[in-house]
Design a protein around this ligand. Structure first.
Ligand SMILES: Nc1nc2c(ncn2[C@@H]2O[C@H](COP(=O)(O)OP(=O)(O)OP(=O)(O)O)[C@@H](O)[C@H]2O)c(=O)[nH]1
Ligand SMILES: [Mg+2]
Length: 444
């Protein structure tokens, strides 16, 4: 890998005016190049010391005054020599500084995520942590921030490691028995049990992918139900502002409306939809078609029933949601004195706000189950895909351990190990790394 032969440079801060802007250099010539931009810095600066420096142009004329930081390899983010120039956050000034660094033929502009990629290639972080860096930058809710931070500190890495290490041991034991049947005798005892335990662990981790997705991209919740049930009024109440039109004419809402909120740290996109009924007008019918399409794509649908509906009507509305989980509520509860006989449903009123906080808690419970959103291991689609393959291989190994030879079992366990290696990064291809780091920003 030639990753460390070139010194790379990039602006680490967003290209907009701000208090501070950072130029970052990494690689063998980082210090030398950095010192040319900041001539007052000693030849061997103290690592991790903040020097007050003057940054100069090619003629030695001052461009700015700022901080110079040096991190000596391997004790830096990338594992290489790293220099950071912290200047004033003027985009034009920073481009001048960057251009000066790039004038040096030993320096080239960093690709997206290249600093993090080098950190990974130099063993400073495993792949799950490298990905958590991108997750943290992209996080747009408190839960996403906290989950990414947990990933960065190794929460997912530890879970994968706890699976990978015993799996590797098991594989080695079996291979030992296969290669040296006499010496390694007995090392393959309880293979079936060991495989079963590890399969359970892999599946448990895989089952967190849904929550990972919820935290990463937020939950999607749609209100739906018959016309005039009070959906828009409830929608406005839930998002805390008067977003949707409300009227006593049935069919008020036609286009689906959406609003973003953050509940318990979880990002939630709430949709208000066109009410459903049998004989709508032409435009309303288009809205109803949209409602049906939307319902199939959300994480949770909330069926708002008007007072006085019969159970069989409720059943019919429920079917509209297809396979999406549904929470049914009795709306406009302020006009109904008592709960519908025997109804276990939550009573809410968008008008008075009654039951709305409890409804929000119900929704979070259904979306999330127990625990807090921030405590999740951020299992991404990529991780889930690899974990799925690992689980499948382990399931085959488990079966084989009952009916087939040790060789077959060991082969399947080997496949599981390979799949897991893609999560942690012990087994990766250049193409996979390209795909992962492409979604990073430049300078990260
Ligand atoms: N008393 C009472 N009236 C309500 C409540 N919610 C809505 N309404 C009234 O019921 C009528 C319909 O309310 P909307 O919120 O527009 O109902 P909707 O379900 O969005 O209706 P469509 O968009 O036509 O499907 C309006 O006159 C509201 O003022 C409620 O909780 N209590
Ligand atoms: Mg409406």
């Amino acid at each position: 890998m030639t990753s460390s032969s070139f010194t790379i440079a990039a602006l680490a801060t967003a290209p907009a005016a701000g208090a501070v802007g950072i130029l970052r250099l990494s690689g063998p010539e980082a210090l030398d190049v950095g010192r040319r931009l900041a001539p007052g810095i000693p030849e061997q600066p103290t690592p991790r010391h903040a020097y007050l420096a003057t940054f100069v142009d090619a003629e030695g004329r001052p461009l700015d005054e700022g901080l110079f930081l040096y991190f000596r390899a391997p004790r830096s983010f990338t594992g290489e020599d790293v220099v950071e120039l912290q200047a004033h956050g003027s985009p034009r000034l920073l481009r001048l500084l960057l251009a000066r660094a790039l004038e040096d033929p030993r320096v080239r502009h960093a690709a997206p995520g290249e600093f993090t990629r080098r950190a990974f290639l130099n063993g400073r972080l495993d792949l799950t942590r490298a990905e958590a860096v991108a997750d943290l930058v992209a996080a747009d809710s408190e839960a996403a921030v906290r989950a990414a931070a947990a990933g960065l500190s190794g929460a997912l890495a530890a879970r994968v490691q706890a699976l990978e290490a015993p799996l590797r041991e098991l594989h080695a034991d079996m291979e030992g028995v296969l290669s040296f049947p006499d010496e390694a005798e007995g090392a393959d005892a309880e293979v079936a049990e060991r495989v079963a335990t590890l399969r359970g662990q892999a599946e448990a981790l895989l089952s967190e992918a849904g929550r990972g997705r919820l935290v990463r991209r937020g939950a999607r919740v749609a209100l739906f139900g018959p016309v005039n049930a009070g959906k828009s009024t409830l929608f406005n109440r839930l998002v805390g502002e008067s977003r949707a039109l409300v009227d006593d004419e049935p069919g008020t809402t036609r286009d689906a409306l959406e609003a973003r909120a953050e509940w318990d740290g979880l990002s939630v996109t709430l949709f208000d939809t066109a009410g459903l009924r049998e004989t709508p007008g032409r435009i309303e019918a288009l809205g109803i078609a949209r409602t049906r399409e939307l319902l199939s794509g959300v994480d949770l649908a909330v069926l708002v029933l008007p007072p006085g509906g019969t159970p069989s009507e409720a059943e019919a509305w429920l079917r509209e949601a297809g396979g999406t989980p549904v929470l049914t509520v009795d709306g406009k509860c302020d006009v109904v004195a008592a709960p519908t006989e025997g109804s276990p449903r939550r009573r809410v009123s968008g008008l008075t706000g009654e039951g709305v906080d409890a409804l929000r808690a119900d929704m979070l419970g259904l979306l999330w189950g127990g625990g807090t959103p921030s405590a999740v291991a951020l299992v991404s689609e990529r991780h889930a895909d690899a974990l799925r393959r690992a689980s499948e291989a382990l399931r085959s190994a488990e079966q084989a351990s009952r009916v087939s030879t040790l060789e077959v079992v060991s082969g399947e366990v080997g496949l599981a190990l390979e799949a897991l290696g893609e999560v942690s990064g012990t087994v990766v291809s250049e193409a996979l790394l390209d795909a992962i780091f492409q979604r990073f920003c430049i300078g990260k």
